[in-house]
Design a protein around this ligand. Sequence first.
Ligand code: PMP
Length: 318
Amino acid sequence: MAGPTELESSIVFAEGTFRRYGEAKIGLLTHGLQYGTGCFEGIRGYWSDLERELFLVQLREHYERLATSAKILLMELPHTTDELVDITADLCARNRFETNIYVRPCIFKSAEDVGVRLHDTPSSFAIVALPFTAYLDKSKGVRACVSSWRRADDSMMPPRAKITGIYINSALAKSEAVRNGYDEAILLSQDGHVSEGSAENIFLVRRGVLYTPDPSQNILEGCTRRAVMEIARAELGVDVVEREIDRSELYAAEEIFFSGTAAGIAYVASIDQRPVGEGSMGSMTRRISETYDRIVNGREPRYASWLTKVYNRAHAAV
Ligand code: PMP
């Protein structure tokens, strides 16, 4: 991750222009800060030493999801998806990144007043990009637990949108898990079915079939989740089933893994102190994970359309 000085002097996109992170300030009363009325994205960029290129992953899908999140919060992105793809690549090039990175676009209610609402307030859009390494330690497998916190329900605040304030739900679950000696939390929905990790979607393998909670289980409809389903079907010829999943199916699973932009594909070694399979990375997880890694590092030409090149835009895939 970037150190404080590096971050201060890095270039961000805010209020329609490129400027230094340290110069882009928001006021203490900002609505999005006080009430959580914002939404954001997390996008990864992978640096290839071989090609001397930075590949941004599923940029369009992320910006389309951001547009949907914004719409749910009665906001509109100030740029089209095409413009945002260009601005993001430009931002990364201006920072001269030659390392793996994380890009954080956000749009938030920028009124500086008192009064909770979604209507009648201006919004502000920004993109920050920073060097980034691993989010979960993937080498040793994740020790997960089922959280005592339930996933927020769509009837309360919609997890389908990547909303700033909704991350309280994730943060409560994550900190409870870590303070109890685990690495990650799995949240159940209100009716007790498996929903997702604090910042990842979840998959399990039983008898050669890949299962994942369907979009009505109060999940964020993950970009990596979609990538995993496509890889499993197209490259491995595996059946992928989206359905309600019981808690005990986690204990019965042969393999379990998390998927997410920050986490990548991270296998789960144990759940509630019960080993998953042999407690090591399962073969289907390994094949999916290795294929995903090759794709995001620009080594699978068939999947070039998932990537946006930062430095060689003339040949960039759209
Ligand atoms: N669920 C939650 C709650 C998340 O925060 C994330 C990370 N964005 C995911 C799932 C995974 O989504 P994606 O693959 O788009 O990063």
